[in-house]
Design a protein around this ligand. Structure first.
Ligand code: ZN
Length: 79
C-alpha cells in the first residue's frame, strides 16, 4: 500500500512534536521523521506525538508494519 503522510482532521500535514527540545519535525514521503528541524536547532531524538500547526490538534505517533509514521489516537484538541 502506498504511504500517505498523516493528515489532521483539518487536512493539514502533521508534524512530529518534540516535547523535550521544543522542536517539530516534518515527515518524509517515505514515512520517516525528517532530520530537518523547524525552529531552533536541537539534539537528537523526537517525541511520540504528532502536531497540527494549523489547528493545534495533537495525536499519538503510531507506526505501521513498515515502521512508517501514521496518525494514532487524538491526544489533545487544538486551539
Ligand atoms: Zn489541524
Amino acid at each position: 500500500m502506498e504511504y500517505q503522510k498523516p493528515l489532521c482532521e483539518c487536512s493539514e500535514e502533521l508534524l512530529v512534536l518534540d516535547n523535550v527540545h521544543s522542536n517539530n519535525y516534518r515527515i518524509t514521503k517515505d514515512g520517516k521523521v525528517s532530520k530537518r528541524k523547524i525552529g531552533k536547532p536541537a539534539k537528537e531524538g523526537w517525541g511520540n506525538e504528532l502536531f497540527c500547526e494549523n489547528c493545534g490538534n495533537v495525536y499519538a505517533l503510531d507506526e505501521d508494519e513498515q515502521k512508517r509514521v501514521v496518525r494514532g489516537e487524538i491526544q489533545r484538541e487544538g486551539f
